[in-house]
Every structure is written in structure tokens, then in C-alpha cells.
Design a protein around this ligand. Structure first.
Ligand SMILES: *Cc1c(COP(=O)(O)O)cnc(C)c1O
Length: 235
């Protein structure tokens, strides 16, 4: 299990940096949601984070999210599905999560729409994943296809689009990452003007351990941070 004191120190440092970057972008830390990514953590460490006030937790693999959500069993926690979601895992994932960050195809959105309708859980909040770095190894819509995708998604009554999500092409190079994040924000700003009724693009989920400060400076409203929370805490 990870050293809880180190985890607490790491969390305090991350929160402090989030607040400073928010001020740099003319906002306050309340404007930025920290999603603590739990994929590297054991259950005890996840509990430590929840006790320290982390209520938004993220997993990139559906099966791991199911396991952790069941084991933690804490109604105060909002789970975020941040990695690729296969359509045959939608039905089981949807009731557990507050937001799917990784809506990366219209077929996935249709599957989410059907499952949300069948489960009568209300519209499912999703972010549209954009392959902003045009990396063939990454999921997500090509930037030039997002406008057309939003028109299709607007026709799905049980899907509520809340914003865009992306990963930088080179997350450990903040200069290169800043360029990608700026392009995502500019895409969002353009699409806002022409976006179909019912689509909201307020959220920008961008920024991980290596690049969250530049992401916030470029307008991120949600950062997804894993490894920075466990740095030096392996036990
Ligand atoms: C793992 C992961 C993160 C967190 O990455 P760190 O560099 O460990 O902070 C964020 N987003 C996605 C989609 C991930 O898979």
C-alpha cells in the first residue's frame, strides 16, 4: 500500500498547483475539477484520497472501474470513465459513472443512448473525445469531424454532450502539449457558435500529471491526474 502521508502531500501539492494555474488563466480553483485517476492505486490508497476530499475518481479500463466502484461502494464518489469504452461494456458501465469522457464514435454514442433509455437513468453525460494530436494510435474523432458528430449526437435524446476531451500528443513536453490544448479550446470556441440545440460544450477535459498546469492555463475545466498523486509513495 502507498504511504498515506506521501499521498496526502502529493494531493496538497497538486491542488496548490491547480489553484495557481487557475489564477494564471483568470479563474479560481473551483473552476477546475480534479479527477483522481485510480488505475495505479490500491483500494486503501483510493480510500485515503476519498477521505482527503477527492470525490471525482477516474478509471481508464471498464472492468477495473466496475471492480473498484463495487469495492469502494461509496455513494459520495462520482466515477469518470476516461478510457476507451467498448460498446458491449456500456450497459454495465453506465449506471456506475457520472460522466463518460471517452465518447469516441457515433456508434458508441448510439449504444450509450440505447442503454440510458433502457435503464431510465436520465440522459448520460458524455464528453466528445477528440484526437487533437492526430495520433493514429489514439482514439477520438478527428478535429475536422467533430462538427458533424455533434449534429448526430444532438439527435440522441438520452445522451447529453457536456464538452470535449483530449490527450496531448506528447504529454511530457508541456510546450507541445500547450499547443494541442490551445487547439482543442479554439475548436470548442468555434463549435459553440454553430452547435446544435441541446449540445453544451462548457467542459474541457484535458491535462494529466505531466501537463495539467498548461492545460488549465489553456482553459481546462477538468484535469485527470494519476501518477502525480502516488509519486514517491510506493510501499
Ligand atoms: C492514465 C490516464 C490519465 C492519468 O495519467 P497520469 O499521467 O498518470 O496522470 C489521464 N487520462 C487518461 C485517459 C488516462 O488513461
Amino acid at each position: 500500500m502507498a504511504d498515506p502521508h506521501r499521498v496526502a502531500e502529493n494531493l496538497a501539492r497538486v491542488r496548490h498547483r491547480i489553484a495557481e494555474a487557475a489564477v494564471q488563466s483568470g479563474r479560481t480553483s473551483e473552476a477546475v475539477t480534479l479527477v483522481a485517476v485510480t488505475k495505479y492505486l490500491d483500494l486503501e490508497t483510493i480510500r485515503t484520497l476519498v477521505d482527503l476530499g477527492c470525490r471525482d475518481l477516474g478509471e481508464s479500463r471498464p472492468q477495473q472501474l466496475w471492480q473498484r466502484a463495487a469495492a469502494l461502494h461509496d455513494p459520495a464518489v462520482r466515477w469518470h470513465m476516461i478510457g476507451h469504452l467498448q460498446r458491449n461494456k456500456v450497459e454495465r458501465t453506465l449506471p456506475l459513472v457520472a460522466v463518460v469522457h471517452s465518447c469516441d464514435s457515433t456508434r458508441l454514442a448510439e449504444a450509450i443512448d440505447r442503454a440510458a433509455a433502457a435503464q431510465a437513468v436520465g440522459p448520460a453525460a458524455v464528453l466528445v473525445e477528440v484526437n487533437i494530436a492526430a495520433d493514429p494510435a489514439k482514439h477520438g474523432f478527428a478535429a475536422e469531424d467533430v462538427a458533424a458528430a455533434l449534429v448526430q449526437l444532438a439527435g440522441l435524446p438520452h445522451v447529453a454532450v457536456r464538452g470535449l476531451m483530449a490527450m496531448a500528443g506528447r504529454p511530457d513536453d508541456p510546450g507541445a502539449a500547450r499547443h494541442d490544448f490551445r487547439r482543442l479550446r479554439e475548436l470548442r470556441d468555434r463549435l459553440r457558435h454553430e452547435c446544435p440545440a441541446g449540445i453544451h460544450l462548457d467542459e474541457l477535459s484535458m491535462g494529466m500529471s505531466g501537463d495539467y498546469e498548461v492545460a488549465i492555463e489553456e482553459g481546462a475545466t477538468i484535469v485527470r491526474i494519476g501518477s502525480a498523486l502516488v509519486e514517491g509513495a510506493a510501499g
